[in-house]
Design a protein around this ligand. Sequence first.
Ligand code: SF4
Ligand code: SF4
Length: 78
Amino acid sequence: MATRPDRGRVEIGTDECKGCLLCTAVCPVHVLVRTKTLNKQGYFPVEYTGSGCTGCGFCFYACPEPGAITVFRLEKSA
Ligand code: SF4
Ligand code: SF4
């Protein structure tokens, strides 16, 4: 079965994240998950599973920490 290419990608600023999980709650495709490794602030940050992001930006708008999430919308390939 053919799969559609991802429409977006997110980068998490691991040491900016406070592990509040607001982003995981709003992500409609559940591609953000909490890690099991403490960051420099002593929180368990989230990470991107690596595929499936739609680029919707919901996580960006939900996140209270500046710089913790960057969303990229990917161009459609020709
Ligand atoms: S941009 Fe949308 S789909 Fe991608 S991780 Fe954020 S909430 Fe999920
Ligand atoms: S909303 Fe921001 S601070 Fe909260 S877990 Fe997600 S990336 Fe981390």
